[in-house]
Each structure stands twice: as structure tokens, then as C-alpha cells.
Design a protein around this ligand. Structure first.
Ligand SMILES: [Zn+2]
Length: 116
């Protein structure tokens, strides 16, 4: 898989995780409101409604947080990929892994440019 494809896949996963996070959070509030409404409709006591409502709320918030953490990890992975493959400041080509003093494509100096 090329680096571009990997980056595109990561970005897709990040946006998916972000979407899933919001779906989970919105579901938490919708479910709670719905359970509150149904409880009122069926004449449940407030204590019972609270217990029944809290469980799905906590579960949805936990799922949302899981996606939040996943998004965070994917973002870090994306950052690592960017660091692993620095680009030549002159020709903008990706420098392969290794301690290069000069760009293997255009022989521009990499030290000093990248570390100052
Ligand atoms: Zn170069």
C-alpha cells in the first residue's frame, strides 16, 4: 500500500470515528429523552425511570469516549507517518527511512534545513 493510500485510509478512519462518536453522544441524549417520555407515559416512578435511563446513557457515553480515544490514536498514527517520511525542502520528494545527510533525489542538504 502506498503512503498516500495509507494516509487516505487513516483520514477516512478518523472521520468515521468522529462521526461514530457524535452518533453515540446524540443517541445517549435521544435515548434518555425517549426513556423519560415513555416512563412518564407508562407512569413509572422517577427513581425507576432514572435507573432505566442511566444505563443506556452511560453505555452510549462510554461508546462515544471509545471512539474519541480511537480518533486520538489514529491522529497520532497519522502524525507519526508524517514524521517518518519527511519531505525534501528543495524538491518536495519523500525521503526514505534512514539517516540521510543529503536528499537522494536532488542532493540538497537535509541537515540544518530540517533541524534548525
Ligand atoms: Zn530533494
Amino acid at each position: 500500500m502506498s503512503k498516500e493510500a495509507k494516509v487516505a485510509l487513516l483520514q477516512q478512519k478518523i472521520s468515521q470515528a468522529s462521526t461514530n462518536r457524535w452518533i453515540a453522544y446524540i443517541t445517549a441524549f435521544v435515548l434518555t429523552a425517549l426513556i423519560g417520555f415513555i416512563s412518564g407515559f407508562l407512569g413509572f416512578t422517577e427513581d425507576f425511570a432514572l435507573i432505566v435511563g442511566v444505563v443506556p446513557f452511560v453505555v452510549c457515553i462510554a461508546i462515544g469516549s471509545y471512539y474519541w480515544i480511537q480518533k486520538d490514536q489514529l491522529m497520532k498514527e497519522l502524525e507519526r507517518m508524517a514524521i517518518d517520511y519527511p519531505k525534501c525542502p528543495k524538491c518536495r520528494k519523500e525521503i526514505p527511512k534512514g539517516d540521510f545527510m543529503y536528499c537522494p533525489f536532488c542532493s540538497a542538504s537535509l541537515k540544518g534545513n530540517s533541524e534548525s
